[in-house]
Design a protein around this ligand. Structure first.
Ligand code: GLN
Ligand code: ZN
Length: 769
């Protein structure tokens, strides 16, 4: 093996591409199908057309090998469930009757049958459908979709490589099927699953696949020795089979750690590693196992989940170091391009100089091709591209958007005291008690009220020029008047203005902060047909003027009860945006925190005595590996405290979190030093209240007593029972009564009925104290 031959062979590829099409054609076709407006044939041919467009785009850009099977009508993990025949019992009949409708029933449920549970795909904002497996699960191979899509791509003349969720990751992402005896571990099904994968691999080889990619991102998480052993067994088993294509085991979202020697030794032909996140660790680990002699290394060197132009010169140098470590080095993105928008060329509102700083899927594909060419031939062969890229990076580095001296000066003057309230919690609590005069078990909501068609219509009318800004604001005020009068009538103690002016809890603030960019078409799949357009943290962040004060003060002018101010916290502002790649996340969080701190102080100065800073994403951005968590939680809690640290002792700071499973961050919740926290708890029967109590949590808390994720109205008795359970963990002096989360996705009828019951439950339980 010589460096030159490894280089000469360098090829460009990716693991997956955005599915939706330039104008979200896929979303429209699928939703049309659900509503009966689009027939199945039209849906299937729209999808086939989008796949063809994608492969053509990739091939025209110069990719040597295109991925297949990464396309999905809903989710690739659900596709894997179908591929291995693990359809849950309750969906069998529907799938047998009509595979397409049965597939959507598994994803979305029907009147009678619950869907599969949905959860986040590693630490991304993509959500997958959780496989449900039990001791009786029988796997059967169904390679139809994979084979069909491979043939489509081959027919276009491309070298194509099917991409499958690997068997180990599939089992590690699964949960025990409902009704399974406690303690069942899906990994025990490995021996049953491997022959099914072997059959599918053989089918793909027969259909013309030279290579098949098996994605094993679960191996970048901390794994037990038993799980690592399962990884070894998986690839020993699949590897020794003869009737199979060459296997590329792909890992992404971080360093491979202990799993690297396992895969390096496995009898497979290729390994794909992340050289963006965890690059240094992967490089070192690769060198220490003596490289991958005889194997293909696919280097994920272009960030597949962020939007910045790659530093091509630096990447080429890293690729150069890799050359000595494998038989052949190919170039790719760190992960599927599913996690980035399709094409910067569609953005008309971003200035051209700024647009060049960005790379979406199409631009990343071009970068990968350039890098592969540079590696295969020489740096000279791509001299023009490298020079242009250096100019783009230089313009970004020196731009006043990137570096705002005033923001930098302010950040460097931040002291520890800024991130501390001036008085300890107990003193603040008594100041707040006398200032606010709330009853025991105070009732409140999380912030948003139903975003009705009228509210959304007002924004559409403003965009479409049907109303002017004054007309729009009048419609928002009308909505606020209604929300306030409803809450007074319902008898809630702490009111909210209802957030009708917010299109989205992150975008609303991003649009008002300097340093953020918004895209017009930068859609990224969140789940199924739901796409989001994350704003881009492009430069130093500052707040030119107050962002929420006039709405909160308007709401307060309508009532004598306290109206809570409502802000999105710094960690969530980062989590649901594309972040800068040129400074530590903590530095960006600090800038956002300083801007929000000014908002907190302005709200207080305008007479707001309760301010809520939402951090629903604190848990979800938790790093995948335990060793990385402490540094993350340190900057994250610091940013929250910097946001709220300037508030007077008598001003009550609330925070809110949802998406359950708080176990891992329970200490961090305490470290936020918020006076009150509201949390999702209704479905877990107040589990989090017990966790807080276990920690000796000294502050006030409102574990949710109303599950807002469905239109179901909780009865008074049900909410009262949850409150009684909560009281076993948290004393009445510190227990709040509220729903699990905001009400923006709910309708008014169920919201009214549910909140009436919630207030009645609080009154009932107060009477029992
Ligand atoms: N205040 C926000 C709302 O009520 C919080 C949303 C969230 O936690 N995701 O909508
Ligand atoms: Zn929430």
């Amino acid at each position: 093996m010589t460096s030159t031959s490894a280089a000469a062979a360098a090829r460009a590829t990716v693991y997956g591409y955005p599915r939706q099409g330039q104008n979200r054609e896929l979303k429209k076709a699928i939703e049309g199908y659900w509503k009966g407006r689009v027939d199945a044939d039209t849906l299937l041919s729209t999808a086939a057309g989008l796949r063809r467009d994608n492969w053509r785009q990739m091939a025209d850009a110069g990719l040597h090998e295109v991925p297949t099977g990464d396309f999905s009508y809903y989710d690739h993990v659900l596709d894997t469930t179908v591929m291995v025949g693990a359809v849950p019992e309750r969906h069998r009949d529907a799938v047998a009757a009509d595979p397409l409708d049965g597939y959507f029933a598994m994803a979305r449920g029907t009147q009678d049958v619950a869907p599969l549970e949905m959860t986040k795909w590693f630490d991304t904002n993509y959500h997958y459908l959780v496989p449900e497996l039990g001791p009786d699960t029988v796997f059967t191979a169904d390679s139809t979709k994979q084979v069909a899509e491979l043939k489509e791509a081959l027919a276009l003349g491309s070298a194509a490589r099917p991409v499958l969720v690997g068997p180990l990751t599939y089992l590690l992402l699964a949960k025990p099927a409902p009704g399974t005896a406690a303690g069942f571990d899906p990994l025990t099904l490995l021996d049953r699953l491997l022959p099914v994968y072997a059959e599918i691999l053989s089918d793909l080889r027969a259909a013309g696949a030279e290579w098949v990619q098996l994605d094993e991102p679960a191996l970048v998480q901390d794994r037990t020795p038993a799980e690592l052993n399962a990884a070894r067994r998986t690839y020993a088993d699949l590897g020794v089979r003869t009737d199979r294509p060459k296997l590329l085991v792909a890992t992404y979202f971080g360093r491979l750690g202990d799993a690297l020697p396992v895969l390096a030794k496995a009898p497979v032909e290729g390994l794909a590693l992340d050289f963006t996140e965890g690059a240094a660790a992967n490089l070192e680990a690769l060198a220490s196992v003596g490289g991958l002699p005889g194997k293909r290394l696919v280097a994920g060197i272009v960030n597949g989940r962020n939007v910045w132009a790659n530093d091509l010169t630096k990447s080429l140098s890293t690729l150069g170091t890799l050359l000595g470590l494998a038989d052949r080095v190919d170039v790719s993105a760190s992960c599927s391009l599913l996690h980035v928008p399709l094409d910067t060329a569609a953005e008309r509102d971003i200035e051209p100089q700024l647009l060049r700083w960005l790379a979406f899927a199409r631009q990343k594909t071009a970068e990968i091709v350039t890098l592969a060419r540079g590696l295969a031939r020489s740096t000279d062969a791509v001299a023009a591209e490298l020079a242009a890229n250096r100019a783009v990076l230089a313009s970004r580095a020196v731009s006043p958007i990137t570096r705002d001296p005033a923001v930098r000066a302010r950040a460097s003057a931040v002291t520890d005291t800024d991130a501390r309230r001036s008085r300890p919690y107990t003193e603040r609590a008594s100041a707040q008690r006398s200032h606010l005069g709330l009853p025991l078990l105070p009732t409140t909501t999380i912030g948003s009220f139903p975003q009705t068609t009228e509210v959304r219509g007002a924004r559409a009318d403003l965009r479409g020029g049907k109303i002017d800004i004054a007309g729009y604001e009048e419609r928002i005020r009308t909505e606020i008047r209604y929300v306030i009068s409803f809450q007074e009538k319902a008898g809630l103690d702490v009111l909210v203005h209802g957030e009708p002016e917010r299109n989205d809890m992150v975008q609303y603030f991003a649009e008002q902060l300097i340093g953020y960019l918004a895209t017009q078409h930068g859609w990224v799949q969140s789940y199924g047909t739901r796409y989001v357009r994350p704003p881009i943290l492009a430069g130093d962040i500052s707040r030119p003027e107050p962002m929420t004060v006039r709405w909160t003060t308007y709401a307060q002018s309508l009532t004598d009860r306290p109206v809570k101010g409502m802000l999105t916290g710094p960690v969530t502002m980062l989590a649901w945006s594309f972040v800068r790649d040129d400074q530590p996340l903590g530095d960006t969080a600090e800038q956002v925190a300083l801007a929000l701190r000014d908002e907190v102080n302005d709200l207080e100065a305008a007479g707001t005595s309760i301010i809520q800073v939402d951090e629903p994403a604190l848990r979800e951005t938790l790093p995948l590996r335990a060793a990385d968590r402490a540094p993350y939680l340190a900057w994250a809690t610091e940013a929250f405290r910097l946001t709220t640290g300037g508030a007077e002792p008598r001003t009550q700071i609330h925070t809110h979190m949802c998406y359950a499973e708080f176990g891992d961050i329970i200490q961090a919740i305490d470290d936020l030093d918020a006076d009150v926290i509201s949390l999702e708890a209704a479905r877990s029967h107040m589990q989090v209240a017990r966790e807080l109590a276990g920690l000796g949590y000294p502050r006030e808390a409102g574990p949710g007593v109303y599950d807002i994720h469905s239109p179901r109205v909780p009865s008074t008795e049900e909410a009262a029972d949850l409150l009684r359970t909560g009281l076993k963990a948290i004393p009445a002096e510190r227990l709040w009564v509220n729903p699990d989360c905001g009400l923006k996705t709910r309708g008014w009828p169920e919201t009214r009925a549910s909140l009436d019951n919630l207030v009645a439950a609080a009154r009932t339980v107060r009477g029992e104290l």
